[in-house]
Design a protein around this ligand. Structure first.
Ligand code: SF4
Length: 209
């Protein structure tokens, strides 16, 4: 039997609402079209990649002086049968012995407003997504990843994310839950954050929210 793989995007969706993963794996014939926002995000990501080739690494707090300049890899394909995960990372920075994953978001920088005005950390499922890339890098390149960045495209600003053991353990737990959902075909409870349902492309299939 072929091993069951999940994508890093599945981890992000699972962190947003587990029911989305149920629809995608157990009812794939629903064939929900990607929203305009998703398409725009993909295009913005490509544009950012082109710009990153010329952009300074100072946005990530890294020096470009000295004999060992940090290197960058784009669209890095990662896969681990052991983790049952695969995904394509937007950018990987290699600075000395450190590997730093970077994920682009076509979204407002949530910290830009400042703490007093309600500024906050990146949403939790984006942190999980970055932790999933970190696990894949650890499995395939033998490194320990302790931090990554989310790069907010409209603001052109990179924000650090601490990739803690707790966050990585949560990713492993979500992969186990996804396997359970996909193999037993059970529909998880809806997200308790019901405001998320308003913009969800699966809204018309959820009759209990
Ligand atoms: S409508 Fe709400 S409960 Fe249903 S899949 Fe979307 S986010 Fe989850």
């Amino acid at each position: 039997m072929e091993p069951l793989f999940f994508t890093v995007t599945d981890v992000k969706q699972m962190g947003y609402c587990p029911r989305i993963v149920y629809y995608q794996y157990c009812l794939p014939a629903l064939n929900v079209a990607p929203t305009f926002h998703m398409q725009a995000g993909a295009q913005a990501g490509q544009k950012t990649e082109a710009l990153e080739h010329r952009r300074s690494l100072r946005a990530y707090g890294l020096s470009e002086a000295g004999p060992h300049l940090p290197a960058r890899e784009f669209d890095v394909w990662l896969e681990s049968e052991h983790l049952r995960l695969r995904g394509r990372l937007d950018m990987l920075i290699v600075a000395g012995g450190e590997l730093i994953p970077v994920d682009y978001k076509d979204s407002e920088d949530p910290m830009a407003r400042g703490k007093r005005a309600g500024g906050r950390q990146a949403q939790h499922n984006w942190q999980l997504q970055l932790a999933a890339y970190a696990l894949l890098l650890e499995a395939t390149r033998g490194a320990t990843i302790s931090r990554g960045f989310i790069y907010y495209i409209p603001a052109r600003r990179a924000r650090p994310v601490a990739l803690t053991p707790a966050l990585k353990a949560e990713v492993r737990c979500l992969v186990d839950q996804m396997e359970d959902v996909a193999q037993r075909e059970w529909m998880p409870a809806p997200t308790p954050h019901r405001e998320r349902c308003r913009a969800c492309e699966y809204r018309r299939f959820c009759n209990d929210v």
